[in-house]
Ligand binder design. Sequence first.
Ligand code: TYM
Length: 331
Amino acid sequence: MLSAVQPSNRLTIGNYIGAVMNWAKMQADYDCLFFAVDLHVITDTRGSKELRRQTYQAIATYIACGLDPDLCTLFVQSHVKQHAELAWILTCHATMGEVSRMTQFKDKSQKHGESIPMGLFAYPVLMAADILLYQTDYVPVGIDQKQHVELTRDLAVRMNNAYTPKPEAPLFKIPEPMIPPLGAKIMSLQDPLKKMSKSDPDLLATLFLDDSDKDIEKKLKRAVTDSGSEILDADDKPGVRNLLTLQSVLTNRPIAEIVAGYAGKQYGHLKVDTAGICMDAIRPIREKTERLMGDLSYLDTILQKGAEKASERAAVTLARVADKMGFIPRS
Ligand code: TYM
């Protein structure tokens, strides 16, 4: 099992609920690799002074969310050179047409006008390399990443057909996305029709995993609901549904039970309760992340071990790909 987050900003409660929380639950049952995709960050924002700190912070947050470096392999993408190498090889097998159809590219490229970075276009191909390098079976992600995993599957099948026709063992395993049944798309607190995102310029829209209790209270107090007053889980109440979803995933209670408890109550009650639940979930993560960020040498030790383990595995896949494609092995 393999998954990753872009350390392009602080992690959000969407990243937690759609991804990291589920990784932590599964780490004891699967052979897991989790990493911070720093090479993906530069596709949109180029290098920056903040990148290093944000990358450490992402790894610290993973551990604070319950990932145990003794149970899973934790590393940083740029430490394992094979990611960029396989990405180039896959770039030469992907088509402009199929990559142009990626909805995330369409969204993200808009702000760049005429000067869209090539890396932003190639982003999903690098993600395919991340996944295929490790012969991954499962990729636990939120719903927004499903299309990228589907592209990964297409590229794997294409490479297998081209270089390892049956009865040879295929070059790559075909990965499956694993999408949580609830919480696969936590919505913006300011526009509940839009996904909650790390990069939303409206800071009230996003709950970050290092927000203070006061921030959380403020953001939930101002969360956009609707002009009604009844607390229901309904299509025409996306803001209310979002708060109910946050409560349900974080407390492990079914939505229907939560709704029943609000009979005769107002949106204000729902907001205050949701704030309390989010504070209780975020507080220990924030405090542990802060402690870990005070000891970067500890994080370096974990990352070094993780990079060694991941590199060893990545090298096996890449050597076979190179061999099948006809590159001369280095003696
Ligand atoms: P990223 O950094 O945008 O998001 C990381 C994970 O969090 C999930 N997620 C959400 N889930 C629910 N509600 C939300 N509002 C929300 N926002 C984000 C995402 O679905 C994702 O699972 N391209 C990936 C990173 C990546 C990757 C990979 C993932 C690179 N290589 C290989 C898996 C495997 C991304 O930008 O995720």
